[in-house]
Ligand binder design. Structure first.
Ligand SMILES: N[C@@H](CCC(=O)N[C@@H](CS)C(=O)NCC(=O)O)C(=O)O
Length: 209
């Protein structure tokens, strides 16, 4: 498999981390969606990353379908999303909150960076959505009983999504999230960033030129 995109994208990173945790061999092509947009678009018409080229040549164009595909390669008891309800939908909800938060962070960055005159109503709405989603994730961590991870004993896609989103939004918008307001979330994400796989599949945020 070939994973296209830089690890400063939380979406690319969550797929890279899952591939590594699953011990699936892959090649990484850290193409930029801006300076190398034409190369990305020759494979993915959306000109977006992550883009994943499967061994047979099929191309997947968003992180949820990539993780769904990768999970299908693994035995049920090794999957990073629980195989059964209600745990499955609950983990997916947290992952979707985190990836939604990351999406809003990306939209906010583009709005501020790529428009000469950002639409301030839209900017305010994005900021509010980011703060509300982050507060919801803090609440989730506060009430999480049991083990270190969502599923208790071992890491899953929802833990990965949360840590990747937190890092991305904090690096892309350094003044937006006050760590002191989200102590449980901050501690959890910092612990994950210390894991070897998070250290390896990692890139500080680079603003598009
Ligand atoms: N929902 C998508 C989001 C992917 C996404 O927003 N990628 C950004 C980089 S973080 C991108 O490629 N942006 C360029 C563009 O959309 O033009 C996923 O989960 O894969």
């Amino acid at each position: 498999m070939i994973l296209i995109g830089q690890y400063d994208s939380s979406f690319v990173r969550r797929v890279g981390i899952a591939l590594r945790l699953y011990n699936l061999p892959f090649e990484h092509q850290p193409w930029s969606v801006f300076s190398e947009g034409d190369k990305v678009q020759s494979i993915n018409p959306l000109m977006r990353v992550p883009t994943l080229i499967l061994d047979g040549g099929d191309v997947l164009v968003d992180s949820p379908s990539m993780l769904d595909y990768l999970d299908g390669l693994m035995p049920e008891d090794q999957r990073l999303f629980p195989a059964h309800e209600p745990e499955r939908r609950r983990a997916m909800r947290i992952a979707a909150l985190a990836t939604g938060l990351a999406d809003k962070g990306v939209s906010l960055f583009y709005e501020l960076r790529l428009h000469e005159q950002p639409a301030m109503g839209w900017v305010g709405r994005l900021r509010e959505q980011i703060l509300a989603a982050t507060a919801a994730l803090e609440e989730w961590r506060r009430h999480l009983v049991g083990g270190d991870f969502w599923g208790g004993r071992s890491i899953g896609h929802c833990d990965i999504a949360v840590a990747c989103a937190w890092r991305h939004v904090r690096e892309a918008h350094p003044d937006l999230l006050d760590e002191a307001l989200y102590p449980k979330l901050a501690a959890f994400c910092s612990r994950l960033e210390g894991l070897p796989v998070f250290r390896e599949i990692s890139q500080p945020f680079i603003a598009p030129a």
